[in-house]
Design a protein around this ligand. Structure first.
Ligand SMILES: [Zn+2]
Length: 276
């Protein structure tokens, strides 16, 4: 995360932890991040970055940050970035830069932090460019990750967090792979499950859900294991350590098959498809 861009009140929500100095250091130094991963048997890590100038403080610089962090370790660090079509004169050219020149491998859209509906291209002139964002992701074969569920950051607006908005996107862009981040937790898990059942190109990530409570939130998870990926949300508020989350996940009463899919195979399938 590009900490220098984060607004002070948002940073205050994330910096009150004993390991914050080390997290900040890792965010400047990919070698340190790789050492953290090695110590926890983490082979690959997706770095979620996005654009949210008015809520969190992330400007478009977050994209160069993400790409630069990943550059020394292309086999291990997978950089995501973002875009706000309302701030772009030429969305298509900007997407060519992000996915072509910078080599970002996914786009994160955070509706409660970007103050938009992901289906806004249907209803708003200023958000028509979102359709171009989705078309370019199909062209470059990279997924779109959409934050779903609530956010308690200052200024976050939670009406944008309902995953059902993604229904339009999946209908209008049937070739697009969409990751439903956090499965709508804690309010809209049924909506997320509905989308996963309806659309084979909808994916779930379990980031931001404490693994110990996973089956309470997603009792149906084994039925969609082929579409589900592990994620931690580290170093987000309340997420102490990726390794701890993996251990807690392993301890769940799920089949070995499901665990292997969620920890490895679904992501391999998704990212291989986006590379070939
Ligand atoms: Zn999120």
């Amino acid at each position: 995360m590009p900490w220098p861009l984060v607004r002070p009140d948002a940073k205050a929500r994330m910096s009150n932890r004993p390991d914050f100095a080390e997290i900040e250091a890792m965010s400047r130094d990919p070698d340190r991040l790789i050492a953290y991963m090695d110590a926890r048997n983490v082979e690959k890590l997706v770095m979620i970055n996005y654009v949210s100038p008015s809520v969190v403080g992330f400007t478009e610089e977050a994209n160069e940050f993400s790409a630069q962090m990943a550059r020394p370790y292309p086999e291990r660090l997978i950089p995501f970035g973002g875009i706000d079509p309302r701030r772009e004169a030429d969305v298509a050219a900007r997407m060519d830069y992000l996915l072509g020149d910078l080599g970002l491998r996914g786009i994160k859209i955070h509706p409660p932090h970007q103050l938009l509906h992901v289906n806004g291209y249907l209803h708003s002139d200023t958000l028509r460019g979102l359709a171009t964002v989705y078309e370019k992701c199909i062209e470059y074969r990279v997924p779109v990750m959409v934050h779903t569920g609530t956010s308690i950051f200052p200024r976050a607006r939670n009406k944008y967090g309902n995953p059902l908005d993604i229904d339009d996107v999946l209908i209008d862009f049937p070739e697009l792979n969409v990751i439903i981040a956090h499965g709508g937790r804690p309010l809209w898990m049924d909506e997320a499950f509905f989308l996963l059942r309806r659309f084979p190109n909808a994916y779930l990530d379990i980031s931001g859900v404490p693994p110990k409570h996973l089956l309470r939130y997603f009792p149906w998870i084994e039925r969609v294991a082929d579409q589900t990926m592990f994620g931690s949300d580290w170093p987000g508020p309340g997420v102490k350590d990726i390794g701890r989350n993996i251990e807690d996940f392993y301890a769940l009463p799920l089949s070995e098959d499901t665990k292997r899919k969620i920890l490895r195979e679904t992501a391999e399938k998704l990212f291989d498809r986006s590379l070939d």
